[in-house]
Structure formats: C-alpha cells, structure tokens
Design a protein around this ligand. Sequence first.
Ligand code: GDP
Length: 174
Amino acid sequence: MIDSFNYLLKVIVIGDSGVGKTNLLLRFVNHTFQDDLKSTIGVQFFTKVVSMKNEHIKLQLWDTAGQERYRSISTTYYKGSHGVIICFDLTHQDSLDNVVKWYEEVKQQADLNVKIILIGNKLDLSQQRVVGSDTAQQVAKQIGAGYIETSALTSQNVEKAFELLIQEIYMQLK
Ligand code: GDP
C-alpha cells in the first residue's frame, strides 16, 4: 500500500544560493530545519506521497544541492519536471531580481506546460525584510506564476505553497 500511487510527479526547486531551497524541502518532507547543512546533505531528491481526491501522488522533489552557486544547473535537472518552485529571499532584493533569469532558464529547459510557483522565503525575518509583497506579486504575474510567502524556519505557509503547486499540476492531469 505504502508504495502504490496513481501519479509520479517531478517537482524541482530553483533560485539563488542561500534563499532556503533545501530547508523548504526539509520542512515539507521531514518537518525539520537545519542551519548549516550543505556539507552533510547532498541528496538529489526527496520523495513524499500526498493525497488528492482519494488519489495518491508520489512527489519527487529535486534539490539543486548547491549546483546553482556555479550557475550550471544540468539539463537533466529540468527534464521531465511537472512543477517548478522558484524561490527567493524576502531579505535579499537581488534574489528577487534574479527570478526572471531563473524563469528564462525554465523556459529554455523545461516542458512548455510546466507549472510554476514563486516563493518568497524567510517571512519570519520581518525586521530584515526588503522585498514588498506588491513588488513580488508583479514579478509573479510577469512570469505567470502564483505567489506565496513562506518561512522554512517557522513552517508558515510551507504546506500551502506545495499544495498550491500540486493542485495546479493535478488539475492539468485530469
Ligand atoms: P539554499 O542554498 O537555497 O538551499 O538555502 P538553505 O536551505 O541552505 O538555507 C540558507 C540559509 O538560510 C541557512 O542558514 C538557513 O538556515 C537559512 N534559512 C532558510 N530558510 C529560512 C527561513 O525561512 N528563515 C530564516 N530565518 N532562515 C532561513
């Protein structure tokens, strides 16, 4: 039963280094958070089974494992993905400025009908926040993506963000 599922979906996470991609995945999959994990965790993807309308969906959630630091994400990373999470850091303007570059890469590398969600992470750091919701919303609109703000630290909106994306993908499968 554990390993029976109706759909297998590949979801990838991209965005600048340090925005919280690995921690978003860890929070969603393991309900954990780690301050410094790059040396210990180098996994290619996490898996998690979720349910939607009595159907089981096995998610394959791909982590860049630091490849983005060298701006050399391999084409296999994008290949066959159903969903893309583009993540930026609400406390770093340049990470939002780079979202469009990430989107261009998605357009070049991923399937045409891939679903995209934009996540503004580190919502808990309200004192250091520099990106306003309106600005981020505009970028999301520009790239045709939904927008949501999360904290991998407190787990605020993390489930919701993944649910939004999975729902969008699921609707297209039907
Ligand atoms: P990645 O390089 O995009 O995978 O980012 P990481 O998940 O490795 O996180 C980079 C740094 O940001 C680490 O020190 C994390 O502890 C921290 N971090 C990640 N998410 C959050 C968050 O939601 N809130 C806060 N305060 N720190 C975060």
